[in-house]
Design a protein around this ligand. Structure first.
Ligand code: SAM
Length: 287
């Protein structure tokens, strides 16, 4: 693909392998060779990739903690006509990885952004899951904050689409147990680990089965969790009236319907499938 001559350079979002170096595309290697600079999430990791393919290129780091200042620096170079490739640790930049902000900044500055597509862990897991692929929702990582996790899970528990989550091994057991509480133990799940690597494994089971499995076995490697969507009969009540309300608004609604605050807190806790004390403290924070 050729772009019209432009005084600005081009930002290339280059997808790199999620495990198997053989998955890097020819075009990705060509772009990495041809650009003036590579903005890498982890320069050491990217250096390994470049060394493997005999590419020598200037690298700069662009990650979660320097993205503001570094983003401006990269845009300045692009405005001087330099071409920049962005790569993350693994997979596709801007998918649960730094990149989204840089893309936005470039667009705001009239810079051409294009992609060199390639592996994405979530899609790789989805197609191997055996679950419906026609409609799916990418949910990324759950927050480490307990309340936010519950809110996130409750917001999608009645979604009929197949759900895709990312998870690290040390948080897997907690996540599976939280998911079982929110979705029920019968919900089917595919746990995909070490995708494209020698020890690739897909465990297709239910949330009950997954919780039980990891009681015995320590989780190893990075995981993608692909979860069956809600069954039509549950999905029927998916548009719960409170789904876009804050906890306080939710409680107030019940109070406005005649409940006292104790009953309203209890009802909101049941709706959200969280302990009453969580609703109580959240509600009273706003009072
Ligand atoms: N940008 C990446 C992509 O395109 O998929 C995702 C980056 S995100 C920071 C890292 C998460 O992706 C991991 O915690 C894991 O959930 C998932 N992941 C990446 N590589 C994987 C692999 N080989 N097998 C299973 N999951 C993987």
């Amino acid at each position: 693909m050729r772009y019209m001559a432009d005084e600005n350079g081009i930002l290339y979002l280059c997808a790199t392998p999620i495990g198997n170096l053989g998955d890097v595309s020819e075009r990705c290697l060509e772009i990495l060779k041809s650009v003036d600079l590579i903005a890498a999430e982890d320069t050491r990791r990217t250096l390994q990739l470049l060394n493997h393919f005999g590419i020598t290129k200037a690298l700069t780091s662009y990650h979660e903690h320097n993205k503001k200042a570094k983003g401006e620096y990269i845009v300045k170079l692009l405005k001087e006509g330099k071409n920049v490739a962005q790569v993350s640790d693994a997979g596709t930049p801007a998918i649960s990885d730094p990149g989204e902000d840089l893309v936005r900044l470039c667009i705001e500055n009239g810079i051409t952004v294009t992609s060199v597509p390639g592996p994405v862990a979530g899609i790789t897991a989805l197609i191997l899951s055996g679950l419906p692929t026609g409609r799916y929702a990418f949910e990324g990582f759950l927050s480490v904050n307990k309340r936010h996790r519950h809110e996130h899970l409750n917001a999608v528990k009645n979604d009929p689409r197949t759900l895709i989550f990312y998870e690290a091994p040390h948080k897997l057991k907690t996540t599976l147990s939280d998911m079982r509480s929110a979705f029920g133990g019968e919900r089917r799940i595919a746990l995909a680990r070490e995708l494209t690597k020698v020890h690739e494994e897909i465990i297709r089971t239910t949330l009950d089965g997954a919780v039980e499995y990891y009681e015995e076995k320590p989780p190893r490697g990075e995981y993608v969790l692909v979860i069956e969507g809600a069954k039509p009969e549950t999905a029927g009540d998916e548009e719960c009236f409170w789904s876009n309300m804050t906890v306080a608004e939710h409680v107030e609604r019940y109070i406005s319907e005649g409940m006292d605050s104790k009953a309203a807190i209890k009802a909101a806790a049941v709706d959200r499938n969280v302990p009453k004390r969580e609703i109580y403290s959240e509600y009273h924070k706003t009072k």
